[in-house]
Design a protein around this ligand. Structure first.
Ligand SMILES: NC(=O)c1ccc[n+]([C@@H]2O[C@H](COP(=O)([O-])OP(=O)(O)OC[C@H]3O[C@@H](n4cnc5c(N)ncnc54)[C@H](OP(=O)(O)O)[C@@H]3O)[C@@H](O)[C@H]2O)c1
Length: 239
């Protein structure tokens, strides 16, 4: 497969390694310094684009992929207020997009475990639930997209909690967002009562886990039309 890397930063470089090891070619490596458009993707015979850039440019990049008729895997986080509109455009233009707040297979298993635990714990009012996420100091968005996905999984089972919040409030679900060194990604959910606490957590050891999932997603989306998420990929490859 010919892959265009839109964004060749920390993630783009690890995705390149994983993709080449799996026998794919990197047709393009684009950074903020490059001037490119739909013809650039077409002229490099791009089969799939993998987009890991920054929230302010992601929408434009996705639309350029649609115009080039190139399926796009979107890893950038912090842009999800625009996701419904882009998904609609994707369907109207008969294009393909797969987005995920976290491509790690382990984190996607953690999403499922999180919901199972929330379904159990919501019956015990003495436990107050909160989410913690820790990432490297250069991360532009807070809370992380992964923490938001975890919070949404919990909120399904806690109707009294109106929404997630970055501060502590009885009616909301508190997400503590911390920025430390080169932290690759830590997420935990804590249920705390006066007498004890129960905690589940996920620790990423390197960026490779995200890259493996992103390449798997690129292999999955090639030749498809529609809007997909990581659970579609995992359901497909775990059959
Ligand atoms: N979904 C997941 O599993 C997952 C995992 C990790 C990270 N992320 C997210 O992925 C994004 C990127 O993370 P990162 O750690 O790789 O960031 P990074 O190291 O800052 O790299 C970003 C790259 O995007 C490039 N870029 C910026 N604007 C561009 C544009 N208009 N066109 C093309 N390239 C452009 C930058 O170019 P320059 O080099 O010129 O600045 C840089 O190469 C973030 O939103 C992060 O939160 C998601």
């Amino acid at each position: 497969m010919n892959i265009a890397l839109i964004g060749y930063g920390k993630m783009g470089k690890v995705i390149e390694e994983v993709a080449i090891r799996k026998g794919h070619q990197i047709a393009l490596k684009l950074t903020s310094k490059d001037v490119w458009d739909k013809d650039t993707l077409v002229n490099h015979s791009t089969d799939v684009a993998i987009e890991f850039t920054q929230p302010s440019v992601v929408t434009k990049n996705i639309l350029t992929c649609f115009d080039a008729n190139v399926p796009v895997v979107v890893g950038t986080t912090g842009w999800y207020q625009g996701v419904n509109e882009i998904s609609q455009t994707c369907i109207e233009k008969n294009q393909a997009m797969l987005y995920a707040s976290n491509f790690s297979i382990g984190v996607n298993l953690f999403f499922k475990i999180n919901e199972m635990v929330a379904a159990l714990m919501n019956k015990y009012n003495e436990y107050e639930v909160s989410v913690t996420e820790v990432h490297h100091v250069h991360k532009k968005d807070a809370p992380s997209g992964t923490a938001i996905s975890i919070a949404e999984g919990i909120l399904k089972y806690y109707p009294k909690k109106i929404q997630w919040r970055l501060d502590s409030n009885k009616d909301g679900l508190w997400i503590r967002a911390r920025r430390v060194g080169d932290e690759k990604g830590y997420h935990s959910v804590c249920y705390q009562s006066e007498v004890d606490s129960i905690q589940i957590d996920h620790q990423a050891h390197s960026r490779k886990g995200f890259a493996i999932g992103a390449v798997l997603a690129a292999e999955y989306i090639k030749g498809k039309n529609g809007v997909f998420q990581m659970k579609d990929v995992l359901d497909f490859f775990s059959r």
